[in-house]
Design a protein around this ligand. Structure first.
Ligand code: ZN
Length: 308
């Protein structure tokens, strides 16, 4: 009798464990949410802190988000500017949270234009919005960490590496579902390989192509597929008149007619360049949640844009 009761008690205790709450995972940008969901399946509940439509480079967590992070089992960082400033506070809010750096094992890459000759600075006070903080900016610009490209997720082969790190982190947090995480990661890796081949096919013949973008979000994509990204934005700001004129000359000389922008940023300078070269502005989104289809659309757009 007691044995039966104990068995029943044991089973009742087991039930909530078997149907345990999914692991709460927080990430910075939407594509990361897709990656963690692909590996974690039904065993994770993923929240992207940076909401669709907002600019990841100026984002800061809200008090509600910091409070919600207290429930997180895992935080996967990617290198967005707020992370360095906020990580101590996020760790304080949740000391038991595991932190995984999504860039682990990936090649660091500097953003184009970051170790520039600082030509814009010479234009000084004449430039548009309050460029008064130049002394400070110069100091951070020479910091090692500053200028590293956080947009690692635009390269499918690098996402495959990232997904292995996610698998390992989830396995440590929830070893009971290790087999699921391994199977999901393997399936995702195969999908990324197919995507990689499809992108290469889409860009066949475009090797070495230069493409003009407002915000340099496509550096890792460009490196992976042998393209050259030419950004309009300079150190996270609208470019000065002199840089803009140089870009317009360059675009005219090389026959570039498309300037790529992203939906999260308002591209006044991009439209200015487009008008000057008789070209057009086209949106491609580095932050879309439908990772594979979106990247294929991007490859198609760059392939169709022409240029040198
Ligand atoms: Zn960006």
């Amino acid at each position: 009798m007691w044995r039966k009761v104990l068995t029943l008690a044991f089973l009742l205790w087991l039930v909530p464990v078997a149907g345990a709450e999914p692991l709460a995972v927080f990430v910075s940008v939407l594509p990361q949410k897709t990656f963690v969901e692909r590996v974690g399946g039904g065993h994770v509940k993923v929240t992207a802190l940076i909401r669709p439509g907002s600019n990841p480079h100026t984002y800061e967590p809200t008090p509600q988000q910091v409070a919600a992070l207290a429930q997180a089992a895992l935080f996967v960082r990617i290198g967005m500017p707020y992370e360095d400033a906020w990580m101590p506070r996020l760790r304080t809010a949740n000391p038991s949270m595991m932190v995984l750096d999504g860039r682990e094992g990936l090649p660091p890459r500097r953003v184009e234009g970051h170790d520039h000759e600082h030509e814009d600075e010479a234009e000084g006070a004449g430039a548009d919005h309050g460029h008064s903080g130049h002394a400070d900016r110069d100091m951070v610009d020479h910091d090692e960490a500053e200028g590293l490209d956080p947009h690692v997720w635009t390269s499918p082969p690098l996402v495959a590496v990232m997904a292995r790190g996610i698998r390992d982190a989830l396995t440590r947090l929830d070893p009971g579902h290790a087999a699921d995480f391994a199977a999901n990661q393997a399936a995702f890796a195969a999908e990324l390989e197919t995507l990689d081949r499809a992108i290469r096919a889409e860009l066949a013949g475009a090797e070495g192509r230069r493409f003009l973008v407002y915000h340099p979000a496509w550096g890792y994509f460009a490196d992976t597929y042998g393209l050259v990204q030419v950004p309009i934005e300079h150190q996270g700001k609208e470019p000065g008149a002199r840089s803009l004129a140089a870009l317009i000359d360059q675009a005219r000389a090389t026959g570039i007619r498309v300037i790529f922008v992203q939906p999260q940023l308002s591209p006044k300078a991009a439209e200015q360049v487009a008008r000057a070269i008789g070209g057009r502005v086209e949106a491609i989104d580095p932050l879309a949640a439908d990772y594979g289809d979106n990247l294929l659309r991007v490859a198609r757009a760059i392939g169709a844009a022409g240029g040198p």
